[in-house]
Design a protein around this ligand. Sequence first.
Ligand code: ATP
Ligand code: ZN
Length: 293
Amino acid sequence: SKIKDMSAEVVDNNPYSRLMALQRMGVVENYERIRDYSVAIVGIGGVGSVAAEMLTRCGIGRLLLYDYDTVELANMNRLFFRPEQVGMTKTDAAVQTLSGINPDVVLESYSLNITTVKGFETFLASLKAQSSHERSTGVNLVLSCVDNYEARMVVNQACNELGQTWMESGVSEDAVSGHIQLLVPGETACFACAPPLVVASGVDERTLKREGVCAASLPTTMGVVAGLLVQNALKYLLNFGQVSRYLGYNSLKDYFPAMEMRPNPQCSNPACVLRQKEYMESKPARDAAAKTK
Ligand code: ATP
Ligand code: ZN
């Protein structure tokens, strides 16, 4: 593969040479593995589109893109989409741009609403496709880049059902703060474990948008949140550094609050409670495995 050719010390015009340097410098053990990974991105708006571009430039194997919307002129204060793409579905416009940037990435476009019965079915089926075992998915990570509570709860439901690790992201309606969060079913709090507005108020009240409010948006805040999200996605996939559990971003103070949220045994989501039980039951095996390391 193109990546493999770059194990030599030379720096040439290969787009992967600077990425393979991460391996030579000891940051990443095996960068080439990125070709084997699939990432699903739900919401190809201000954060999701930029996250998709970053993963594409990093040489991710496969990207599954979900969004129900079309590109509008009002989106031009964000990064990624261009005026000539107005009217196209966001997922098709994204595939157009991303395939031009890196033709090695396998791109799947799903223009659908994940909160409808049919949309949810297609969403679940696409996550399960290409999986090697019965109760596993064909993707390594799901990134939620949607802008509303209902869609987040649906991603939460799908990931709890499938035992799928995912990362949630958000930008506040006043556009000056945001957050990312890692959700590992059974191990960390799920999106339903703690009422998100209560959780958010402890860190940042306005990290989640309200319905029917004309929200502000800035390409800067969205770019920072997309960068934090993909940086942690890379750490998770390529197994380097520490993956953030919850990381807030307050741009007015350049303050980054970090915290950890444990699962709630009384969570209202039955699939979450099931995953918590499995996680507890597998604890002895995990402890034993950790000891032999
Ligand atoms: P604005 O807030 O100005 O309307 P936006 O709708 O593009 O902009 P962003 O925060 O930039 O919002 O991106 C969120 C993305 O998530 C949007 O592209 C939106 O279409 C998508 N999205 C939200 N809910 C769903 C859903 N249920 N199914 C599929 N995509 C969704
Ligand atoms: Zn839960």
